[in-house]
Design a protein around this ligand. Structure first.
Ligand code: NAD
Ligand code: 89V
Length: 343
């Protein structure tokens, strides 16, 4: 198959990981980049040797013949850019959070469906190898039917130095980080019918909430707790590890800090080190996330080649995004929120 020609829009903080990952992936390469900030365009263009550079996405679509576009801008620009890709019949990957509102997200899914264009949300956390290892244990049947889960991300890591916009939005941890953890909960325990949420802000220097605790009913019958904090100072900083506890009818799974996976099930207890590999361009502690970027981008290339829907398609991500909206609504009302009222 001929190599897929891709373009990347948004050459900021996280896009550098996406550019490294594209270099590692056979079957696709980035032939053009776009950023409205000429300085970012130059930094990323020079680092990755990309000659074709645009400061305007409309000019990129007009000037290039593309097999896909990878949108790595922040949420406010996602809808116009995804709709532009759909109008040009260019398959599109869009970073999380998919959109500022669920209404925007639904419109983006609709625009791509109408144009017959594949759409994947770059929801990469479920692609982390420790999370995939937990999914593999569930699939093996070793712990039977899950009835309880706790998916936990608690840290005091300074995310604001790399991503200053996170300190200024009215919404913070659920929209930026919780979205990943809610997606992991869906990935492991299935879709959700009801969510109850409490939030707090501990850090006085930011505008949004930095602690969120969510209780969810899954359609499978399992109950989960998803808890997220950027105000939790621990002896050993766990960023960016997601810790997991799942209890099933025949056993338990514990993914503990340090990527230690303990499975107690039908065949006894097994303890495994599921540390992610440190890719040559990666740096600790981000290597867990960086590895998952390669995995999700490879998945996109494989899905395009096979003509199948990606696991985190736009349509799938509406269900994760609806959890975010429901969490904020429930935190404000202090009432449980039914998901079917949103989808
Ligand atoms: P950033 O602000 O550093 O970079 C965004 C870039 O997009 C900027 O250079 C900006 O000039 C450019 N841009 C914005 N609108 C544009 C437009 N219309 N046309 C062209 N360029 C435009 O942001 P970031 O920290 O790199 O985050 C980008 C996205 O990635 C966010 O949605 C964030 O939530 C997400 N993110 C995801 C992960 C993950 O693990 N999946 C991690 C970090 C950030
Ligand atoms: O993945 C993200 O979206 C990042 C971080 C892990 C730092 O929250 O913003």
């Amino acid at each position: 198959m001929a190599e897929l020609r891709g373009a990347l829009i948004g050459c900021g903080f996280f896009a550098v990981n996406q550019m490294h990952a594209w270099r590692d992936i056979a079957g696709a390469s980035i032939v053009a980049i776009c950023d409205r900030d000429p300085e970012r365009l130059k930094i990323v263009g020079d680092q990755f040797g990309i000659a074709k550079r645009y400061t305007d996405a409309a000019e990129l679509f007009a000037g290039e013949s593309l097999d896909f576009v990878d949108i790595a801008t922040t949420a406010p620009s996602h809808r116009p850019l995804v709709e532009m890709a759909a109008a040009h019949r260019v398959p599109v990957i869009c970073q999380k959070p998919f959109a500022p509102t669920l209404a925007d997200a639904k419109a983006m899914v609709g625009a791509c469906a109408q144009a017959g264009v594949p759409l994947m949300v770059h929801e990469n956390f479920r692609w982390q190898s420790p999370i995939q290892a937990v999914r593999a244990v569930l699939d093996s049947g070793e712990i039977g039917t899950p009835f309880f889960g706790r998916i936990s991300f608690r840290s005091a890591y300074d995310v604001f130095s790399g991503q200053p916009y996170l300190a200024t939005g009215k919404r913070f941890i659920i929209e930026d980080l919780g979205i990943h953890i809610l997606d992991i909960a869906r990935f492991l325990l299935g879709d959700v019918s009801v969510i109850t949420t409490r939030t707090v802000r501990i850090n006085p220097g930011i505008s949004g909430e930095d602690v969120a605790t969510m209780l969810m009913d899954h359609d499978s019958g399992a109950i989960s707790v998803v808890d997220c904090s950027y105000a939790t100072k621990l002896a050993t900083e766990p960023f960016p590890e997601t810790l997991i506890e799942i209890d099933g009818s025949d056993g338990t799974i514990r993914l503990a800090q340090g990527y230690r996976l303990t499975v107690t099930g039908k065949s006894g207890t097994a303890i495994t080190d599921v540390s992610p590999p440190l890719l040559p361009w990666a740096s600790r502690p981000w290597h867990n996330i960086q590895e998952s970027v390669v995995a999700i981008q490879q998945h996109w290339v494989d899905c395009l080649a096979k003509g199948i829907e990606p696991a985190t398609s736009g349509a799938d991500n509406l269900k994760t995004f609806a959890l975010v909206e429901a969490a904020y609504a429930g935190a404000a009302s202090r009432q449980p929120v039914q998901l079917d009222t949103l989808l």
